[in-house]
Design a protein around this ligand. Structure first.
Ligand code: SF4
Length: 322
């Protein structure tokens, strides 16, 4: 009897998106330009490994501006902040650098615009997530959170002909469509956002995981528990037919019993995960017989965001002085 080859289907795209790359680079360049310590409000991106590497280089992660010494430099994370956070920074005389992903900023603009036109805004997202807190802070009087399809029953609006839905950027595409369908049953005149709020990176990572899931006994997603897009990838994999799905921060967390009887393992990583963590998982699986690696491509990604203006200006000035 021949032993079946054990393979890994490696999803592409996976890992870093343009917004995460920009946010991490913002902290790195700020450390070089201003010197340590640099304060970062909240985790710059939701990944344990990235945060601990930046800590080693002199970044100090805090929860609120009040923990930052007056006059120091603070970076706001990729998830975005409410306007009040900028005001607090100004009051404390902080040098604030905004690493909010431009695709989150786009949703903030939409929220401000619809609020200015006196719309009720239904923001589909996860309660307590930093991005949702930041977006809601743009127009708290106009925005109400809809936390998935089950949140629809609680929605009340002032004028059913003047309502729009927006969303968090890292949601499950399918679950969001379900929430919107239920909202439209309740509010037939509900308007949609001018363009997709769920970002290209979230959509592409979900798309390829869907493509491979049915062939996989197990799908492993590298990512942290507080990373919304990573958690969604596991859910998408299981919904699309994988027998099981697991989220791990590091290769050593993979339990041998997950792989018992498996011949095909799917592998992906969230948008805040550096590729070396995926490489570790590939080696871990190869050491357990999963040595046939096939990369499955769903989309090419070429988007790059430039660094925040305020940082670029100071980098230029520092370079001119050298
Ligand atoms: S996941 Fe999307 S919205 Fe979030 S940082 Fe990446 S590109 Fe931006």
């Amino acid at each position: 009897m021949t032993t079946p080859r054990k393979r890994v289907l490696l999803a592409k795209p996976r890992g870093y998106c343009a917004g995460v790359d920009r946010a991490v680079q913002t902290v790195e360049r700020a450390l070089e330009t201003y010197g340590a310590p640099i304060y970062v409000r909240k985790q710059i991106v939701h990944n344990k490994h990235v945060v601990s590497e930046l800590e080693k280089r002199g970044a100090i992660f805090v929860e609120e501006n009040e923990e930052v010494p007056e006059g120091a430099t603070v970076i706001f994370s990729a998830h975005g902040v409410a306007p009040v956070v900028y005001e607090e920074a100004k009051e404390r005389n902080l040098r604030a650098i905004d690493a909010t992903c431009p695709l989150v900023t786009k949703v903030h603009h939409e929220a401000r615009r619809f609020a200015a036109d006196d719309y009720d805004i239904l923001l589909i997202g996860h309660e307590g997530h930093e991005e949702v807190i930041g977006t809601s802070g743009e127009a708290p009087q106009h925005i109400q959170l809809v936390d998935g399809p089950d949140g629809v029953d609680k929605v009340t609006v002032r004028d059913p002909s003047k309502v729009v839905w927006l969303s968090q950027t890292t949601l499950s595409v399918d679950e969001t469509l379900e929430t919107v369908a239920r909202l439209k049953q309740k509010l037939p005149l509900l308007q949609s956002p001018p363009s997709d709020d769920i970002c290209y990176a979230t959509q592409n990572r979900q798309q390829v995981v869907k493509q491979i899931a049915a062939e996989c006994d197990v799908v492993i997603v590298v990512g942290s528990r507080n990373s919304s897009n990573s958690v969604r990838l596991v859910e998408v994999a299981v919904d699309a037919g994988a027998r099981a799905g697991y989220l791990v921060d590091f290769a050593h967390e993979i339990q041998d019993e997950w792989l018992e009887g498996a011949t095909t393992v799917g592998l992906s990583s969230g948008a805040s995960v550096p590729e070396d963590l995926v490489t570790d998982v590939i080696s871990h699986l190869a050491a357990r017989g999963f040595d046939q690696l096939e990369e499955i491509l769903a989309a090419e990604e070429r988007l790059v965001f430039s660094l925040p203006q305020e940082l670029k200006r100071d980098m230029k000035a520092a370079a001119a002085q050298r």
